[in-house]
Design a protein around this ligand. Structure first.
Ligand SMILES: Cc1cc2nc3c(=O)[nH]c(=O)nc-3n(C[C@H](O)[C@H](O)[C@H](O)COP(=O)(O)OP(=O)(O)OC[C@H]3O[C@@H](n4cnc5c(N)ncnc54)[C@H](O)[C@@H]3O)c2cc1C
Length: 381
């Protein structure tokens, strides 16, 4: 069994880390978080280096990278700034991966090169006020319009980055079917379409990109906005959600690694009672536990990436990955804050940001409770 990376993957990691350290300094990260502004300069640098098209074929501006490659890239981006990694992932998966998987040739040619070059960014509109964990209970309706196209009415909530994105992968109902998962269609829509109203939601973390609620009132979209098959969109969206689990877990493993490094460094340097606090067993055992959680997260991320590449990934593997890495990130950030003592509670120090951002990890994209349900079901429970 080989746990190593290829020479090309090592180069990708080294180069990504070097550029990210240059363009996404910790002062810059703090500024983006405080001012709630997206890390546009860092995003542009990722595009300039060709990384936004990592998983796309060359003909669309990419390099045909693998799930392991995207995990490496997003781990490195997450290590430097989770918000940057999450922003990249949304365009790469809800835009790039979705269009590559189910788009028409015309959609591929129109959008994929622009995603690779960073010219357009993409967000994802699935959740509604009445459909969170029960995602397919969505009611936003896209009705066939006379003369072609669709007219969309409804309300979405938590469409992150809708206000700063050019396109949204919108999941809407097109037919009232007997089964909830049926009669759903994916649309790739222009976020500036008339009839769309976006309202920002104030949140604890995830501040640089942020999230929104979106009202769709008689939004007319052309026929070629449909992505994939009409009424069979859930099967496609479900496929993208697996990729989402991998990308978010890689980004959060990266962020947890950074939080751990801060905490370890602090424990070695902060002195109380005449010695570094890391010499107290109460602190050193916290760090030992954090290190174990990180190592398990890493194994799970790359094992799942390998499973995806080999076509061996299963729904419950994805749930185990999402559950463990997000809970580990939350715990590591919480313990890190405790190790920082009072300074961990201050906005001037970085640990509070990890604490706030990691709280979302166990709620968004399928909460920990939902992941446990999936795992339990796979056990025949
Ligand atoms: C900051 C932020 C960004 C987000 N970004 C996006 C985005 O870009 N696009 C998008 O579409 N969505 C996004 N979401 C939505 C996110 O995926 C949902 O919040 C999440 O799926 C949970 O749905 P809910 O908030 O409605 O909670 P609910 O489903 O109402 O759940 C409330 C509680 O009940 C528990 N629960 C629910 N059902 C069960 C069950 N069957 N068994 C056990 N426990 C259960 C949940 O685990 C949770 O603890 C975002 C959310 C946030 C907060």
């Amino acid at each position: 069994m080989d746990f190593g990376f290829t020479p090309d993957q090592e180069v990708l990691r080294t180069n990504a880390r070097k550029i990210l350290q240059e363009v996404c300094t910790q002062d810059y990260v703090q500024q983006c978080d405080t001012e709630a502004r997206p890390p546009r300069e860092a995003y542009a640098a990722m595009a300039e280096n060709g990384w936004l098209g990592l998983i796309l074929p060359e003909e669309y501006g990419g390099v045909s990278g693998s799930p392991i490659d995207i995990a490496i890239l997003l781990e490195e981006a997450g290590r430097q700034y989770e918000e940057l990694a999450v922003w990249m992932f949304r365009s790469m998966v809800w835009g790039g991966y979705a269009i590559l998987s189910h788009g028409s040739e015309q959609q591929k040619q129109e959008f994929l090169p622009k995603i690779s070059s960073g010219e357009i960014t993409v967000c994802f509109g699935l959740t509604e006020p009445g459909s969170g964990s029960d995602a397919t209970a969505l009611t936003t309706f896209a009705k066939k319009a006379e003369g072609g196209g669709y007219i969309i009415n409804g309300q979405k909530v938590f469409t992150s980055g809708m206000d700063i994105s050019d396109y949204c992968l919108l999941v809407a109902r097109t037919t009232k079917a007997n089964k909830q998962q049926e009669g759903i269609t994916n649309f790739f829509i222009d976020t500036k379409s008339p009839g769309i109203e976006i309202q920002k939601i104030e949140t604890l973390g995830h501040r640089a990109i942020g999230t929104t609620q979106v009202f769709y009132s008689d939004v007319k979209v052309p026929e070629n906005c449909v992505l994939g098959e009409v009424d069979d969109g859930w099967r496609a969206a479900d496929k993208y959600l697996w990729y989402e689990r991998l990308c978010l877990s890689a980004a959060r493993y990266g962020a947890a690694s950074k939080a751990f490094e801060y905490a370890l460094d602090y424990a070695k340097n902060r002195e109380q009672f005449g010695q570094p606090i890391g010499k107290f067993q109460a602190i050193s055992h916290k760090l030992a536990d954090m290190k174990v959680m990180l190592d398990v997260s890493r194994v799970l991320v790359y094992q799942f990436a390998w499973q995806m590449e080999a076509g061996k990934a299963s729904r419950h593997d994805a749930a185990i990955l999402k559950l463990y890495t997000s809970e580990a990130y939350k715990t590591i950030s919480d313990l890190g804050l405790q190790i920082y003592g009072g300074y961990g509670y201050c906005m001037e120090y970085p640990m509070q940001r990890f604490f706030r951002d990691s709280r979302l990890a166990v709620i968004g994209a399928g909460s920990s409770e939902i992941q446990r349900n999936i795992i339990a079901r796979s056990l025949g429970l």
